[in-house]
Design a binder for this molecule. Structure first.
Ligand code: ATP
Ligand code: LTN
Length: 336
């Protein structure tokens, strides 16, 4: 069985359509026939200043949404990163084998630090990819299902695993990114050249899974489209329409070409109406289920506790091997 690992940050009250299509839809599919670990990466979310109450609420809301979207805690291990201390411990080791220049080249760091300026950029944002590498390598993951924006971080993780193995002996599985063509980058409905993002300046182009059907239908109907009137997939000249075609196709299961011929001779209005229908009918039951799950927080916490216990066993085994390979002197008694 292959080992799968992925993570999502609790940085917003709701997950968005890009998170689902780029990542979580694959997480759900990969539960079967694999040994899958999925992690709510709250420590990564600390790189953005958050109110403690919001952090707690968002972590539980992320768990509820992941389950409502199809993760089954009986078929996968769902856990919270901060409950598994080995992530920080291996994170430090990763920091000690990463070059400063190498870390400085990470585009997510460059983009995010540029936006906030160096005085407001925390060091944790710089070391973020090394903690992410630890998340992955602790579980000896073979595959990491993520959206396109994470490709560089997975590349770094592979480099670090190979570097460690070459120097200290074969400890880590070198993971592959699992990135699905078509859904790997869903764009903002108001700015179809930018990725749909939780941290976007405006929420007008972001489809939140926990929003009502009315709100989401309205956002889709006011999506920015291109001049012209053909419903045709052409990312360069028609980024808005192409984005909507990708969304429709990923949720309806229809091929892009099928959707194009269905709308031949019809206008943008008809097409947007159909996309709104596909999206809202898909997520309406998810929203209801997530709200039900959120009404029993202790049941959610129990699921996460159980996941954490399973994760600590696997993570602990890897960390012991790492410390041993590095020559750190082990404790001879487990007491205290
Ligand atoms: P932010 O944009 O604020 O950094 P995010 O929306 O990217 O946050 P994350 O928790 O960082 O959310 O990402 C969770 C997963 O969702 C990752 O695998 C990421 O690649 C994927 N993802 C995020 N946005 C998109 C998108 N627009 N299209 C496809 N996949 C996406
Ligand atoms: N950086 C990722 C979140 C993340 C992650 C991981 C993804 C943290 N640790 C491990 C895959 C595997 C992001 O989506 N922004």
């Amino acid at each position: 069985m292959k080992r799968i690992l992925s993570g999502i940050q609790p940085t917003a009250d709701s997950l968005h359509l890009g998170n689902y299509l780029g990542a979580v839809q694959q997480w759900v599919a990969l539960q079967d026939g694999n040994d899958a670990f999925y992690c709510i990466v709250d420590l990564h979310a600390l790189t953005i200043e958050t109110e403690p109450q919001a952090m707690r609420k968002r972590t539980l809301a992320a768990a509820a949404q992941l389950i409502a979207l199809g993760l089954d805690p009986k078929r996968c291990t769902l856990f919270v990163q901060s409950q598994v201390p080995q992530h920080n411990q291996l994170g430090w080791v990763m920091e000690c084998i990463t070059g400063f220049g190498e870390a400085s080249r990470m585009t997510q760091f460059k983009d995010k630090s540029q936006k906030s300026g160096s005085d407001r950029t925390v060091v944790g944002l710089f070391t973020y990819p090394m903690l992410q590498a630890a998340d992955i390598l602790l579980y000896q993951a073979n595959q990491v299902p993520v959206g396109e924006d994470q490709r560089q971080h997975i590349e770094l993780t592979r480099d670090l695993a190979q570097r460690f193995n070459a120097k200290y002996g074969d400890v880590f599985t070198v993971p592959d990114a699992h990135i699905i063509k078509g859904a790997a980058k869903i764009n903002d409905l108001q700015d179809p050249n930018a990725k749909m993002s939780k941290s976007a300046a405006s929420n007008a182009g972001v489809i939140d899974i926990l929003d009502s059907a009315e709100i989401n239908a309205k956002k889709i109907k006011s999506a920015v489209t291109d001049t012209g009137k053909e419903i045709k997939f052409d990312e360069k000249n028609k980024p808005g329409i192409s984005n909507l075609l990708s969304i429709h196709s990923a949720l309806s299961g229809k091929k892009i070409s099928e959707i194009e011929s269905e709308f031949e001779g019809k206008g943008y209005g008809d097409f947007k109406g159909a996309v709104a229908e596909v999206v809202t009918s898909y997520f309406e039951p998810v929203r209801k289920r997530a709200q039900e799950l959120l009404s029993d927080e202790s049941a959610l916490q129990e699921i996460l506790d159980e996941g954490g216990a399973k994760a600590r066993i696997v993570a602990g085994e890897t960390l012991n091997r790492v410390y041993d390979a590095l020559g750190l002197v082990p404790r001879i008694t487990n007491q205290r």
